[in-house]
Design a protein around this ligand. Structure first.
Ligand code: BJW
Length: 231
């Protein structure tokens, strides 16, 4: 049975109450990207950046997985082939919704990273400036998330999965951030069919074979039902 690779973005968690980035009133309307989502911004004002991520860590911990997260977990469980979920999201809602394995290409709010030695550990609910790394004691703890100008995680594994995909689906992502925005082209070149499920058409919607518009909590469970019936 064909391998399905699914890329998710902030839109899949919107109906769980977590803000997206680029929709009206989204996170980037309230914060400057350069201040809170770049290594330079963190070096300039670590307290501001910790404050931004501490608030989001609390929100994510309180959020519940929605019908779309649960439907993808069901697809992962019931599809006779491999279902790879690659998420750009730093919340843990796929896992909370029952997904067995998830590739977090932009890291996770649950993680802390030492900017000096690269050691990783579980982030406390509130990270503070100057917190020492448990491995090297440098006062350089940061959220384990991928900022602009940094290399997203697990790229070799993601490209391997895209090369073997029979179907690629992008859910709730605006297609404005690379390299994720180019996955549809990688998948197409590998011969996969491609589908976008989104509230509004993304920047790259014309690159997909099919586009399904609507809120993720409606479109994703329906799409999963159709996939499982058609197998
Ligand atoms: C719903 C819905 C509902 C709403 N139901 N849908 C020029 C050209 C090309 C590239 C570059 C360039 N200049 C610079 C770059 C590189 C740069 C980049 O892409 N910049 C662009 C802005 C141009 N990228 C990078 O720097 C990346 N690294 C990199 O490229 O390394 C080099 C490399 C080279 C080759 C191979 C590999 C690597 C790193 C990017 C890091 C992004 N980090 C962030 C923050 C993470 C931590 C955090 O969460 O704070 O990641 S930024 C932010 O954007 C976050 C997201 O994961 C990411 C994507 O956003 P997403 O998920 O798409 O959200 P939105 O808000 O944009 O869209 C929401 C969508 O949902 C919308 O479409 C809605 O319609 C929809 N929606 N409600 C269904 N109910």
């Amino acid at each position: 049975m064909e391998k399905i690779v699914i890329l998710t973005g902030a839109g899949i968690s919107a109906e769980s109450g977590l803000g997206t980035f680029r929709d009206e009133g989204g996170l980037w309307a309230q914060h400057r990207i350069e201040d809170v989502a770049t290594p330079e911004g963190f070096a300039r004002d670590p307290a501001l950046v910790h404050g931004f991520y501490n608030a989001r860590r609390v929100q994510a911990a309180e959020a519940q997985p929605n019908a779309a997260h649960k439907a993808l977990a069901r697809l992962q469980r019931d599809w006779p082939g491999e279902v790879i979920i690659v998420t750009q999201n730093v919340d843990g809602l796929h896992e909370a919704g029952g997904a067995q394995s998830v590739i977090h290409m932009h890291g996770t709010l649950a993680g802390a990273l030492c900017a000096a030695c690269g050691h990783r550990w579980t982030a406390p609910p509130e990270m503070a400036v100057g917190e020492p790394c448990p491995a090297c004691a440098a006062p350089t703890a940061r959220p384990d998330v991928v900022w602009f100008g940094e290399m997203p995680y697990h790229m070799d594994s993601i490209y391997d999965h895209l090369a073997g995909a029979g179907l690629f689906a992008a859910i709730g992502t605006s297609g404005q951030v690379y390299p994720a925005a180019a996955f549809v082209h990688e998948a197409t070149m590998s011969g996969a069919r491609t589908v976008e499920l989104n509230l509004d058409p993304s920047t790259g919607a014309s690159s997909f074979d099919d586009v399904v518009l609507g809120p993720a909590t409606e479109t994703v469970p329906h799409w999963v039902d159709q996939m499982l019936i058609s197998q």
